[in-house]
Design a protein around this ligand. Structure first.
Ligand SMILES: Nc1ncnc2c1ncn2[C@@H]1O[C@H](COP(=O)(O)OP(=O)(O)OP(=O)(O)O)[C@@H](O)[C@H]1O
Ligand SMILES: [Mg+2]
Length: 468
């Protein structure tokens, strides 16, 4: 079985994880210059220079393939840009370097064991860049002939292709005929047929036929009639993740499971076979490993079993860079009664590089609010911007950003295209920030259900001015 590990279908991407990350849609990178120095404001990123630079250095090593099997932790108080920095890293990686985004609690909600969920995430984050030779038939169409049966149910036909040196007639089945019709292939077109998949692509019209049609569209591309043999070989390079190879070769699942997102558990023996095969390809120079990034947000939600899995998995030969983020201070490690910084066991922390994020200055908050307002197509008056910036400093950056949209609705109700101080004040009255909500909870004590346990206290969350 190991002999015929398949990587088809090659053009497939793992579509189930695609999502629009609204809150971070203004982030287009880490905003660093060529020397990895953070610019004040670039690619949607403001401030937090030290953390951005550290992230940039790590990324550089990932891109050069020099770092894998390591763990990074971005630690800091809530809404200080930890997730934003990870998104910036994702945008900076090359197109074929995998970035996998996982929220720790997802591990518990999937219909599979925790370790299987983590294994799949690990393998999603490892790319295999494969060089393949494909056989193509490339030539100019001389003639397409289609014979229909009396009932019209079956179609057969012949396709005559030529190069400057030769001409051959191919028999066509109904699938190929349908494809030719779909691609609107006519005599005089230069086409390429992938022999393995039967896919037809139109390369352009032959120069030789340039004069035949005067009703050609302006965008018609003219190409030379190919020379030499009709059959040619071409090298193509594409990257698939180990997980994609797993799923495609898992007999019970089949590749359609990749689209459904319902991949179930994959047998360890299959993974061993695939690892062995990929190892062979590497030795033969047919494949390269591209270690990517696995981002685990809210990592304190993992439990002790997951952490011990991580410890072990990071040592594997095929491990990606693991980036974690947490806003917890000293807190209980899930599944134990022990406390530890960020809820992460000491042995894992020990092998982790820690990047910290800190509170923003008011000027930086103002800039971020401005960028977000632009992103959400909201026009803020100058005073409105000042007020939101101040609110961001007094409450939290996220609260200020969250007020932008409701304030706009308030402004629209009074038919104003611009959001002003009063609109923001109204929205501020409608929606509580954390402190006011806590005050409300205290006020209504006895009327709402509550838990008396000490651990659920707010003090486990990094307070706004504690730096790590
Ligand atoms: N340096 C920054 N530049 C631009 N936008 C930022 C920056 N930092 C944070 N933001 C934006 O502020 C909002 C809150 O930040 P983010 O979600 O990254 O915080 P966090 O540190 O992950 O918080 P939490 O601990 O609550 O998860 C997001 O919309 C984010 O895109
Ligand atoms: Mg976050």
């Amino acid at each position: 079985m190991a002999a015929n590990i398949s990587i088809q279908p090659t053009s497939m991407k793992d579509v189930t994880k695609m999502e629009r990350i609204g809150a971070h849609s203004h982030i287009h990178g880490l905003g660093l210059d060529a020397n990895l120095e953070p610019r004040d404001s670039a690619q949607g990123m403001i401030g937090q220079g030290k953390a951005r630079k550290a992230a940039g250095v790590i990324l550089k090593m990932v891109q050069e393939g020099r770092i894998a099997g390591r763990a990074i932790l971005i630690a800091g108080p809530p809404s200080t840009g930890k997730t934003a920095i990870a998104m910036g890293m994702a945008q900076t990686l090359g197109a074929d370097v995998p970035f996998v985004n996982l929220t720790a609690s997802e591990v518990f909600s999937l219909e599979m064991s925790k370790t299987e969920a983590l294994t799949q995430a690990f393998r999603r984050a490892i790319g295999v860049r494969i060089k393949e030779e494909t056989e193509l038939i490339e030539g100019e169409v001389v003639e397409i002939q289609v014979d229909r049966s009396v009932t019209g149910a079956t179609k057969t036909g012949r396709l005559t292709l030529k190069t400057t040196d030769m001409e051959t007639v191919y028999d066509l089945g109904s699938k190929m005929i349908d494809q030719l019709q779909k691609e609107k292939v006519l005599a005089g077109d230069v086409i390429s047929i992938d022999k393995a998949s039967g896919r037809i692509s139109k390369l352009g019209r032959s120069f030789g036929r340039a004069k035949d049609y005067d009703a050609m569209g302006a965008d018609t591309k003219f190409v030379a009639c190919p020379d030499g043999e009709l059959q040619t070989r071409k090298e193509v390079v594409h990257t698939v993740s180990l997980h994609e190879i797993d799923v495609i070769n898992s007999r019970t699942q089949g590749f359609l499971a990749l689209f459904a997102g319902d991949t179930g558990e994959i047998k360890p023996e299959l993974r061993d076979q695939i690892n062995a095969k990929v190892g062979e390809w590497r030795e033969e120079g047919k494949a390269e490993i591209v270690p990517g990034v696995l981002f685990i947000d809210e990592v304190h939600m993992l439990d002790i079993e997951c952490f011990s899995f991580l410890n072990r998995a990071l040592e594997g030969e095929l491990a990606p860079l693991v980036v974690m983020a947490s806003n917890r201070g000293i807190t209980r490690i899930r599944g134990t009664k022990y406390k530890s910084p960020h809820g992460i066991p000491a042995d894992l922390l020990d092998r982790t590089l820690i990047i910290s994020t800190g509170k923003y200055a008011e000027g930086e908050i103002r800039e971020i609010v401005k960028i977000r307002a632009d992103e959400e197509d909201v026009r803020l008056s100058l005073d409105g911007l000042e007020l939101l910036a101040k609110m961001g400093g007094d409450t939290s950056l996220r609260y200020a950003l969250n007020l932008i949209a409701p304030s706009q609705l308030v402004a629209q109700r009074r038919k104003s295209a611009q959001v002003d101080v009063d609109d923001i004040r109204t929205a501020y009255r409608y929606f509580l920030d954390v402190d006011r909500s806590a005050a409300y909870a205290r006020e209504t004590n006895g009327m709402m259900f509550g838990e008396e346990e000490e651990d659920v206290d707010k003090k486990d969350v990094m307070s706004m001015d504690t730096s790590v």
